[in-house]
Design a binder for this molecule. Structure first.
Ligand code: NAP
Length: 303
């Protein structure tokens, strides 16, 4: 039996593990994929205090190493449910069951699909959700990035250094992401911003050859591109926990400012939690808050 099980090894979960271990609690982190979460897809982090520039992968690696050095244990399995046994909780995976006094759900979010026909078929054959992972495949070729948030802006800037031409396609005439990044993009000669438009068709043979873009007036335009980077937001990964925590209409976990949920001993942290600001710094802050609350909860449990 562990004191605290943390589900998810992104910035929120790993920070929770640091705080749990520094409170001398036995800590197991259960992660379905690899450590780091979505931040490993970010090429350059410029808004985290102290570090002026750091890649998402370097950030996540440092954080993971710090957690391991403090003695957190890791298991790479997918948590499929949580059972509430009263004073303890059981986290179920396809391989086993793990018991703890408290559980922190820090599962983050997954990429939202664009919803255009052929998207799944051509994922890995021109369609990508990660510019830092796949960008180099498109060196000196034309690519498009879809979306208007920070991810799309940063992906477009990253691809501007690699690709011959970058089209940034946004469905409105105003970006959601940071103005400084928009200004930098506008200075790049090989970046063309296409406003008020959506991707309506993939043009492909064995792999992607182009896209059709349609504006709000219904005018269409074909772009010859080899890579399409989809950056249209995220979906919270809470679907396995809807019975133990309350979810809002968009699937985000309903919790208090202290990361408490409707179930005593179950806490949430990071991007899967309903909140206004989803940034790296707020994810790590959530991790600290959730772990501190879990430690407090355990000390009152008397088991
Ligand atoms: P986001 O901020 O939710 O933006 C998603 C974008 O996709 C929006 O511009 C949205 O358009 C557009 N969109 C949604 N569905 C679409 C569709 N079907 N077709 C076309 N466009 C569609 O998502 P994100 O950029 O992934 O960022 C997620 C969070 O992480 C944000 O809070 C962001 O600030 C944060 N983030 C931070 C950093 C950083 O701190 N360095 C880096 C990356 C991300 P509308 O604007 O019209 O809704």
């Amino acid at each position: 039996m562990y004191d605290i099980i943390i589900i998810g090894a992104g910035p929120a979960g790993l920070t929770a593990a640091i705080y749990a271990r520094r409170a001398a609690k036995s800590t197991l982190v259960i992660e379905a994929k690899g450590f780091g979460g979505q931040i490993i897809k970010t090429p350059d982090i410029e808004n985290y205090p102290v570090e002026q520039h750091i890649s998402g992968l370097d950030f996540a690696t440092k954080l993971y190493n710090q957690t391991v050095a403090l003695g957190a244990e890791f298991i790479f399995e997918k948590a499929t449910s949580i059972k509430d046994n009263g004073k303890t909780k059981t986290v179920v995976t396809p391989k086993s069951e793990y018991e703890a006094k408290a559980v922190i759900i820090a599962t983050g979010s997954e990429s939202r699909l664009l919803g255009v026909e052929g998207e799944a078929e051509f994922t890995g054959r021109g369609v990508s959700y990660c510019a830092t992972c796949d960008g180099l495949f498109f060196r000196n070729k034309a690519v498009a990035v879809v979306g208007g948030g920070n991810t799309a802006l940063e992906d477009a800037l990253y691809m501007a250094d690699i690709a011959e031409k970058v089209y940034l396609i946004h469905r409105r005439d105003e970006f959601r992401g940071e103005e400084t990044t928009v200004s930098r993009l506008k200075e790049r000669e090989n970046v063309e911003i296409i406003y008020n438009s959506t991707v309506t068709k993939l043009i492909a043979d064995k792999r992607l050859r182009g896209i059709e873009v349609t504006d709000k007036q219904g005018n269409t335009r074909e772009l010859e591109i080899r890579g399409l980077f989809v950056a249209v937001g995220r979906i919270p990964e809470n679907k396995n926990f809807g019975d133990i925590i309350e979810l809002d209409a968009s699937g985000y976990a309903v919790s208090s400012e202290n990361c408490l949920t409707k179930t005593n001993g179950v806490f949430v942290a990071g991007d899967n939690r309903g909140k206004e600001v989803r940034q790296l710094v707020t994810a790590t802050a959530d991790g600290a808050v959730a772990a501190t609350q879990a430690v407090r909860y355990i000390s009152n449990l008397n088991i």
